[in-house]
Design a protein around this ligand. Structure first.
Ligand code: HSE
Length: 459
């Protein structure tokens, strides 16, 4: 690198991208990036380009250049340095600027972000977004716009951070019918459950720990009540089955009710507890749900700990594939945005508008199986008065609902009048189980709200 370029590169990492890429020669096509939003992920993308933009340029034969960055507050401290001339507060001008070839939306939220994406697509510009909430809420209309305007929308960073699961489903596994998909898609919940298991913490203490570590937000509902995983599961289900799944069609249950006692009993029975996004093809319908599940401790997903994410995809031809990595954080998410930038740059270079379209109805798919009709084994923990006849009454309710009992644990030597009663139940429809549970909860011998957790057998 010439002396002058070296000096400039030291001064500003951004210039490093520019000089290094400029040296590739004038014949290389240049793609100007308009970045809207420069918080944690945006800064990660700017830094990623500074580190690997030149490498990407030589791999792609396209010069990637940051053409402008729209932010709300230019004076805000950021984990990256932005050259002064690049920054604007006017996202509309940036998106409309004819010099901007591709728009990267990393501002979050669903209101202005929707306008940014819509505006860019109407101009026929390719758009990259990491915004799962936006895609989940407005994906259908956004993808219609893509189709109408002949653009391309890239959203690798919207699910599972650095794991290239969108590309894997859309392209890598496009020769398969997807039979099953199981995802540990929320790092915060996985961290909380891992801590509860490792240290025996209560949920509230593990959540505080996750907040101290910067994983969970001050308002943690999006994560711990399962909604973040619901957005991601919906996006994956839509891709896997070729029809748009609305968030309201996805059963969701979070992890607030899980206790260290459940985790201990699950272990004793040979399981651990994970929050799973589940997509199962059953006949002509697709079961789509997010809930905590008992996972056999020998299963590969049982060993996904801490903030890591993993997705197991079962195709009819390939069999099981496992996709594992960091599901959040500036660098992991930036890696996904950079991969979208690579795709967008190549598509622009070759004039390709023909990525595998996201939602192509498959011949039999197209309907979501209501959760009532989902079938699984169950774990049940009750707090009961230890007196003759209690177990018989519970067994009678379950028998009446045609739910078979697989095993029962009632630990000896308990303190106080109530005792935990743990039951493993055979396969039953969800609606039947919930009905039976209501009846069981009304028994005078049952002292606290029963805990029911579905068991995932991965069959
Ligand atoms: N809050 C999410 C998680 C990351 O904990 O996995 C962003 O989707």
């Amino acid at each position: 690198m010439p002396r002058l370029a070296r000096r400039a590169a030291r001064k500003n990492k951004l210039s490093q991208v520019r000089f290094a890429v400029t040296l590739r020669g004038p014949e290389m096509r240049k793609v100007n990036i308009g970045l809207v939003g420069c918080g944690t992920v945006g800064s990660g993308v700017v830094n990623g380009l500074a580190h690997n933009g030149a490498l990407m340029g030589s791999r792609l034969g396209v010069r990637l250049s940051l053409g402008g960055v729209a932010v709300r507050n230019p004076r805000k401290a950021r984990p990256t340095r932005l050259a002064k001339g690049l920054v604007t507060t006017d996202w509309e001008a940036l998106v409309r600027d004819p010099k901007i070839d591709v728009v990267v939306e990393l501002m979050g939220g669903t209101t202005t972000a929707r306008r940014v994406v819509t505006e860019a697509l109407k101009l026929g510009k390719p758009v990259i977004t990491a915004n799962k909430a936006l895609i989940s809420a407005h994906g259908e209309s956004i993808f219609r716009l893509v189709e109408k305007n002949g653009g391309n929308l890239y959203y690798e960073a919207s699910v599972a951070g650095g794991i290239p699961i969108i590309k894997s489903l859309r392209e890598g596994l496009s020769g398969n019918r997807i039979r099953r998909l199981y995802g540990i898609l929320n790092g915060t919940c996985n961290y909380i459950l891992t801590q509860m298991e490792a240290v025996g913490m209560e949920f509230a203490a593990a959540l505080e720990d996750a907040q101290r570590m910067g994983y969970a937000e001050a308002e943690p509902s999006l994560d711990v009540d399962g909604f973040d995983a619901q957005h991601k599961t919906g996006i994956l289900a839509s891709l896997a089955h070729g029809f748009w799944v609305k968030p309201g069609q996805i059963f969701v249950e979070g992890i607030r009710h899980i206790t260290p006692l459940d985790i201990q009993f699950a272990r004793r029975l040979g399981y651990c507890i994970k929050l799973l996004g589940i997509v199962k093809k059953r006949g002509g319908k697709v079961q789509i749900a997010v809930h905590p599940a008992l996972v056999p401790e020998t299963h590969v997903l049982a060993n996904v700990s801490g903030v890591y994410n993993a997705i197991l995809v079962r195709g009819d031809i390939v069999g099981d594939t496992l996709h594992y990595g960091q599901g959040a954080g500036a660098d992991a998410t930036a890696s996904a945005v950079l991969s979208d930038l690579a795709d967008a740059a190549l598509d622009l270079k070759h004039g390709s508008l023909g990525r595998v379209p996201p939602f192509v109805p498959h011949e039999q798919d197209g309907a979501v199986l209501p959760m009532d009709r989902a079938v699984s084994p169950f774990y049940l923990r009750l707090s009961v008065i230890d007196r003759p006849g209690t177990l018989a009454k519970i067994a009678a309710i379950l028998g009446g609902a045609k739910i078979g009992i697989c095993s029962v644990i009632q630990p000896e030597g308990h303190v106080g009048e109530s005792v935990p009663l743990i039951m493993m139940l055979h396969d039953a429809p969800d609606a039947a189980m919930r009905q039976a549970l209501k009846k069981i909860a009304r028994l005078s011998a049952v002292k606290a709200k029963p805990t029911m957790i579905r068991v995932e057998t991965f069959e």
